[in-house]
Design a protein around this ligand. Structure first.
Ligand SMILES: Nc1nc2c(ncn2[C@@H]2O[C@H](COP(=O)(O)OP(=O)(O)OP(=O)(O)O)[C@@H](O)[C@H]2O)c(=O)[nH]1
Length: 403
């Protein structure tokens, strides 16, 4: 049974040490000398910007995870919000208040048009706060937001739009979709925000709030669990090139993540781990089973399997990773996604488990995204029916862009 709660990769708590050990023993055999090979060469250096409450909390979690693990992939992290109290509760990231002249630090109360306006008015301050954070070493920028509220939902697409004008590196969104019980305003906001984000961002990685929590948890408890899971999974993806030359040609690097996301549209991320045998030959089925579970049950966007591109990262002790099993899992992923562009690579870690991270690019044709868009359209229609002229509301079943 795969372990999907927590990372449970034993060596993960000693991330850099584990990689150093592997590097030392490899070069020992190769050259007879002890060569310490520089770390953090192939991981993905990123700048993170959280917008709104959920955006700020998830950004903080991600930055903390990356620091605790010693990965060093996160080059800088900023939280932007129109609600001052939300910013004050963050300890690990820099903060920038927006819209103070309009909402006096009290948030936009779920009004995503107002969220768009306040980001637009204060965009120069936000871009100014990024100076020095998006350093020459950042290979990508991630704008993180809950798409159901006001500030994140309305502000994130504007910010992505402006970042695209200023920076050459890809600008991705990490968007959190409201769970199906979250109410019509959240659904309608998220539909509009998503539509605009997909157009503006190089790729939009979606996490459905219904995907990564336990049954029966309170909403607050569920957010904690979901945020922790996002941090670990996305944090591992950033770091997954963190390996060293000499470990093997099969080691994944950041260009593979970027190439997978080049498909644009919607992206999804899945993850699962299982205990593995010390003998790689016995782990062929394990490699298949963690890969299957990462895509089918451990994913950020349930039921999303059709994709333009995919990346399969197998994490674990290099001695336990079965080449044959990895190849088989990669072919399975090709069949399952219908994509001819399935990349693969290892993420060497000192662990008694094997883990699979599956990144999908161009997954917007998946049923889940279509279902969500239908839900958002219905929510929009229901709200309009309540508020305005019925006939006019029925005539329009499309979601408008935010700007
Ligand atoms: N996963 C997760 N989702 C959250 C969290 N907090 C809020 N959300 C979701 O995000 C959406 C609301 O967005 P918020 O970030 O709270 O709102 P905001 O962008 O700050 O906007 P305003 O409060 O309207 O100014 C809803 O769909 C919530 O379910 C969180 O900590 N984790």
């Amino acid at each position: 049974m795969a372990e999907r709660t927590g990372i449970a990769l034993k060596g993960i708590t000693i991330g850099t040490t584990a990689v150093q050990t592997v590097a030392a023993s490899e070069s020992d055999t190769a050259t007879g000398t002890f060569n310490r090979i520089p770390l953090h060469e192939r991981d993905m250096k990123v700048a993170l910007i959280g917008v709104g409450q959920a955006g700020g909390k998830v950004t903080e979690r991600l930055a903390r995870f990356d620091a605790d693990m010693g990965f060093g992939a996160v080059q800088g992290a900023l939280a932007v919000n129109s609600a001052e109290a939300d910013l004050q509760s963050l300890e690990f990231v820099d903060t920038q208040l927006i819209g103070a002249d309009r909402v006096n630090g009290h948030g936009v109360g779920g009004d995503n048009e107002l969220g768009t306006e306040v980001m637009q008015s204060d965009i120069q301050q936000v871009l100014g706060s990024l100076d020095g954070r998006v350093t020459s070493s950042a290979e990508a920028i991630f704008v993180v937001a809950g798409l159901g509220g006001g500030t994140g939902s309305g502000g994130a697409p504007v910010l992505v739009h402006h970042l695209q004008q200023v920076y050459d590196v890809p600008v991705y969104a990490l968007g959190i979709l409201p769970g199906r019980n979250e109410g019509a305003l959240y659904q309608a906001n998220a539909g509009r925000s998503l539509k605009t984000l997909i157009r503006e961002a190089d790729s939009t990685l979606l996490v459905d709030n219904d995907a990564w929590h336990e049954q029966g948890e309170s909403v607050e408890g569920a957010f904690e669990t979901i945020n922790e899971r996002i941090a670990k999974r996305v944090g591992l993806l950033f770091a997954s090139g963190e390996a060293v030359d000499g470990v093997g040609e099969s080691v994944v690097d950041s260009s593979e993540v970027i190439n997978t996301l080049r498909a644009g549209g919607v992206a999804a991320l899945g993850y699962a781990t299982e205990v593995a045998s010390e003998d790689s030959a016995e782990n062929i089925r394990t490699a298949m089973s963690v890969s299957r579970q990462a895509l089918l049950t451990g994913t950020s966007l349930p039921d999303a399997t059709t994709a333009d591109s995919a990346l399969l990262v197998i994490a674990g002790d290099p001695d336990r990773i079965p080449r044959k099993g990895v190849e088989r899992a990669r072919r399975w992923l090709e069949d399952e996604t219908g994509s001819m562009q399935v990349r693969g690579g290892d993420f060497p870690l000192d662990s008694d488990r094997l883990g699979a991270l599956v990144l999908l690019g161009g997954a917007e044709r998946s049923d889940r995204v279509q279902q969500f868009m239908n839900r958002a359209r219905e929510a929009k229609r229901a709200r309009e029916e309540e508020q305005t002229d019925h006939a006019a509301a029925f005539a329009d079943d499309r979601l408008e862009d935010l700007f």
